[in-house]
Ligand binder design. Structure first.
Ligand SMILES: [Mg+2]
Ligand SMILES: [Zn+2]
Length: 273
C-alpha cells in the first residue's frame, strides 16, 4: 500500500497542543473576567468572536494575539510525530473547532504548517478595525448540519464524510486523533481498517468506552505526547509496510524442507485415476 493512502486527522486543542488555544489567549491577554461573565449566556463559537472584541476594546491587537500564541509550548514529540508521518507520505489534516488564525500561527511558529494538506476549522480574519473576527464553520441559519451530537457551528463527522467521499479516498485508511466530545461523531463515521486514537480519560475516550460496539474502527488510546508519537508511527508503519512479508516466510519454509513437503503432498493427495 502506498503511504499516500493513509490519512491522519488531528484535532488541535489538547491533542496537537497540550492546552486549549482559546483559553490560553483569553487568560494570557487578561480577559478571563469577561469570559467568566459571558460563558453562561453564550455558545462557545460566538463567545470566542465576542472575546476577540473584548481584547480589541482593551487595546490588544491581532499581532498581540499572534505573539501570545507563539509563546505557548508545542511538545517536541508531537512535532516529530507530525514531521515523521508527513515524511512517510501520509496525508495530514487538522479538523478543529478552534480557528484558522490560532492554528496556523502555532503550526507555522513550530515549522510544521507545511506538513498539513488542509486545516479545516472555523474561519478567522482581521477586519478593517484590526479586530480578529471568528465565524462558524457551518452557518446554522443558511446551512444547518442537522447533527444532534455536535455543536451547531461544527460537525466534524460531516467533515470526515466529505473527506471520505473524495474519489481517491475509497481505499484510504484513516487515523483519527482527538480528545474531546466533538471528536466522537467523526470517530463513529470511520470504518473497518481505520483507527481512532483517543486521549485516555478525556471525553472522547469516555464516550468510546461507554459503548465500544458502536465503533467500527480499531481503538488505540494514548496518554502523553510521547505515547501519541509512538502509537501514531506504529500504526502508520503497519499500514504502509509492504505486503510481501508473508509470502517470503512461506517460501523459506518450503525451501528448508522440500523433500518432506513433496512426500507429504503425494501422500495426502493420491492421483485420482
Ligand atoms: Mg481537542
Ligand atoms: Zn456530528
Amino acid at each position: 500500500m502506498a503511504s499516500a493512502d493513509v490519512v491522519v486527522v488531528f484535532d488541535f486543542d489538547q491533542t496537537i497542543i497540550e492546552w486549549d488555544s482559546d483559553r490560553w489567549v483569553i487568560t494570557k491577554l487578561g480577559a478571563a473576567d469577561a469570559f467568566q461573565r459571558l460563558r453562561p449566556t453564550m455558545r462557545w463559537n460566538p463567545l470566542m468572536d465576542r472575546m476577540m472584541a473584548e481584547l480589541h476594546a482593551r487595546g490588544k491587537t491581532a499581532e498581540d494575539i499572534r505573539e501570545c500564541l507563539r509563546s505557548a509550548p508545542l511538545d517536541a514529540h508531537v512535532v516529530s510525530a507530525i514531521t515523521a508521518a508527513s515524511a512517510l507520505g501520509c496525508d495530514l489534516k487538522v479538523v478543529s473547532d478552534a480557528n484558522t488564525f490560532f492554528i496556523e500561527t502555532v503550526l507555522d511558529h513550530h515549522g510544521v504548517l507545511g506538513c498539513f494538506s488542509e486545516i479545516i476549522t472555523n474561519p478567522a480574519r482581521v477586519d478593517a478595525d484590526g479586530r480578529l473576527r471568528i465565524s462558524p464553520f457551518h452557518d446554522s441559519e443558511s446551512a444547518p448540519h442537522g447533527c444532534s451530537l455536535c455543536p451547531e457551528n461544527m460537525c466534524k463527522g460531516k467533515i470526515i464524510e466529505r473527506i471520505q467521499a473524495t474519489a481517491s479516498a475509497k481505499k484510504q485508511h484513516f487515523i483519527y486523533i482527538g480528545d474531546g466530545k466533538g471528536d466522537y461523531c467523526p470517530s463513529l463515521k470511520l470504518g473497518e481498517g481505520d483507527y481512532v486514537m483517543p486521549k485516555e480519560n478525556y471525553p472522547l475516550w469516555n464516550l468510546i468506552c461507554s459503548n465500544k460496539q458502536l465503533l467500527k474502527a480499531e481503538v488505540h488510546p494514548w496518554n502523553s505526547s510521547k505515547e501519541l508519537e509512538t502509537t501514531l508511527l506504529k500504526l502508520v508503519n503497519k499500514l504502509i509496510s509492504p505486503p510481501a512479508q508473508a509470502p517470503q516466510l512461506d517460501y523459506k519454509c518450503e525451501m528448508s524442507n522440500p523433500v518432506s513437503t513433496e512426500v507429504g503432498h503425494s501422500q495426502a493427495l493420491p492421483v485420482p485415476h
